[in-house]
Write a protein of this length. Structure first.
Length: 186
């Protein structure tokens, strides 16, 4: 029974999270202006590979994890949704999947951005864990996390360089006070 409830929660949270992450703001459709971070596209590919390892793995017949793993997934999924939705709210029309920074872009430091600099990445990591911990064998989960984090770090390197060039001292101060995507750690 708990597995069915967890699957329903994961499906609902996954759909909401996915819409929050990929649904572009109206301004994206209206304008192609802005400075992009093209090297981050390879990072996107690797983060997708992390999800692909978890989602496409064929589980052996009768594969089940314990209740603790299911509960962990049930905790991470709503966290992913809350982070993604609040990050989108605070970015408002400035949200861009393609990491293009135009003249309207400002450095947002409030809301979830006061906890981590990249809450959308934190939300994505939480969703990866929400899916992987209860439904994937440990070796595949480790491989998925590896690809996801490598892709994320590639994106962060380029993105933060662009932010540092654009916002200079303001970003340097923000960077020294707030972790990138894992509170208190990274």
């Amino acid at each position: 029974m708990m597995q069915q409830i967890a699957l329903i929660e994961l499906a609902v949270c996954g759909a909401i999270w996915l819409l929050a992450v990929i649904w572009p703001s109206k301004r994206v459709w209206e304008s192609e202006e802005g400075v992009g971070v093209p090297a981050s596209r390879f990072g996107i590919l690797l983060t997708f590979a992390g999800f692909a390892f978890i989602l496409t793995y064929v589980r052996p017949w009768g594969f089940e994890k314990g209740q603790a793993a299911i509960i962990a997934g049930m905790v991470f999924a709503p966290i992913a949704v809350i982070l993604a939705l609040t990050a989108r709210y605070y970015l408002s029309k400035r949200w861009r999947v393609d990491n293009k920074y135009d003249d309207y872009f400002i450095l947002v430091k409030s809301g979830p951005y006061s906890i981590v600099r990249h809450p959308m990445y934190t939300a994505s990591l939480c969703m990866l864990l929400a899916i992987g911990i209860p439904w994937t064998p440990l070796p595949m989960l480790v491989l998925s996390i590896f690809f996801f984090v490598v892709g994320l770090e590639l994106r962060l390197e380029k993105e933060e360089l662009e932010l540092a060039n654009r916002f200079q001292d303001e970003f340097a101060e923000y960077q020294s006070q707030v972790k990138a995507y894992i509170p208190f750690i990274r």
